[in-house]
Design a protein around this ligand. Structure first.
Ligand code: NAD
Length: 259
C-alpha cells in the first residue's frame, strides 16, 4: 500500500474490464477516488464502481468515447466537478484489430490511432492544463504494450499507435518535468483479459504465447495494477519518462534461452 495515494483523484479510461478494471480496484484499495470510464458499457462500469467502493475507495462511472475530443473534455471536467481535483490520469483504453498491412484501410488505421494515441494525447493535454492551472504535482500513466518495441505483423496500426504512445510519453515527460508533473508508460506483455481471451482460450495459440514468455506464464491485471499504484505514488516521485515493462521477460529475446 502507498499511503500518500489515499484521497487522490484518478481518471482511468477503459476501466470496465481487463487491465483498467484491475487498476481501478487497486486504486480503491489505496482509498483513492476513481473515475471509471468506458465508452458504452455502463452496466459493467457500474459494477467496477461497486468493486472500488467495496475495496475502500470512492468511485463514479463516466461513459465517454476516448477517440472523441469533446467526450474526453467532458470526462476530465466531470472528474474535477465530482471529486474536486485531478491527480492521476491513466490512459488505458485501447483497441486492437488484425489485418494484413497491404489491405489495411485508412478508416481502420484512424480508428485504432484515434483510440490508442490521439485520445491519450487529448486526455494528457486536458489533464496537464488542469494540473498546471492548480499547481498539482500530478502524474499520468499511459498503458502501452510490448509492441511499442516488438514489431507485430498484421497489426501495423496497433504497433504504430503504441510506439507513438511511448514517444508522446517521453516528450511530455521532458516538457513538464520542470512543473513536477510526471508522465510514464507501462508496457504489458500478454495479460489475461477479454482483449485476448480468444487467443488464450485456444490451447494451440496459448502454447505459442507461452513460448514467447521466459517466465512461462501469462500475466494478470493485478500485476499491471501494482506497477500503476507504484508509479502513481510518492515512492516513484523521481521517476518520469520511463517505460516499465511488465511482461514476464517477453522483451528479452526469449529465443536466446535456447542457447
Ligand atoms: P480490454 O479489451 O479487456 O479492455 C479495454 C477497455 O477499453 C474496455 O473496457 C473497452 O470497452 C474500453 N475502450 C475501448 N475503446 C474505448 C473508447 N474509445 N473509449 C472508452 N473506452 C474504450 O483490454 P485490456 O487487455 O484490458 O487492455 C487495456 C490496455 O492494455 C490497452 O491499451 C491494451 O492495448 C493494453 N495491452 C493489453 C495487453 C493484454 O495482453 N491484455 C497487452 C499489452 C497491452
Amino acid at each position: 500500500m502507498f499511503t500518500d495515494l489515499a484521497g487522490k483523484v484518478a481518471v482511468i479510461t477503459g476501466a470496465s474490464k481487463g487491465i483498467g478494471r484491475g487498476i481501478a480496484v487497486r486504486f480503491g484499495q489505496e482509498k483513492m477516488k476513481v473515475v471509471v470510464n468506458d465508452y458504452h458499457n455502463s452496466d459493467q462500469a457500474s459494477m467496477v464502481v461497486e468493486e472500488v467502493k467495496k475495496a475502500g475507495g470512492d468511485a463514479i462511472a463516466v461513459c465517454a468515447d476516448v477517440s472523441r475530443e469533446d467526450e474526453i473534455k467532458r470526462l476530465i471536467k466531470t472528474a474535477v466537478e465530482t471529486f474536486g481535483s485531478l491527480d492521476v490520469l491513466v490512459n488505458n483504453a485501447g483497441i486492437q484489430t488484425t489485418c494484413p498491412s497491404h489491405e489495411l484501410s485508412l478508416e481502420e488505421w484512424h480508428k485504432v490511432m484515434d483510440t490508442n494515441l490521439t485520445g491519450p494525447f487529448v486526455a494528457c493535454r486536458e489533464a496537464i492544463k488542469y494540473m498546471l492551472a492548480h499547481n498539482i504535482l500530478g502524474n499520468i500513466i499511459n498503458v502501452s504494450s510490448v509492441h511499442q518495441k516488438i514489431p507485430k505483423p498484421l497489426h501495423a496500426h496497433y504497433a504504430s499507435s503504441k510506439g507513438g504512445l511511448r514517444m508522446l510519453t517521453e516528450t511530455l515527460a521532458l516538457e513538464y518535468a520542470p512543473h513536477g508533473i510526471r508522465i510514464n508508460t507501462i508496457a504489458p506483455g500478454a495479460i489475461a483479459t477479454p482483449m485476448n481471451d480468444h487467443i488464450l482460450s485456444d490451447p494451440k495459440q496459448n502454447e505459442v504465447v507461452l513460448s514467447l514468455i521466459p517466465m512461462n506464464r501469462v500475466g494478470e491485471p493485478k500485476q499491471i495494477a501494482s506497477a500503476a499504484a507504484w508509479l502513481a505514488s510518492e515512492e516513484a516521485s523521481y521517476v518520469t519518462g520511463v517505460t516499465l515493462f511488465v511482461d514476464g521477460g517477453m522483451t528479452l529475446y526469449p529465443f536466446f534461452l535456447k542457447g
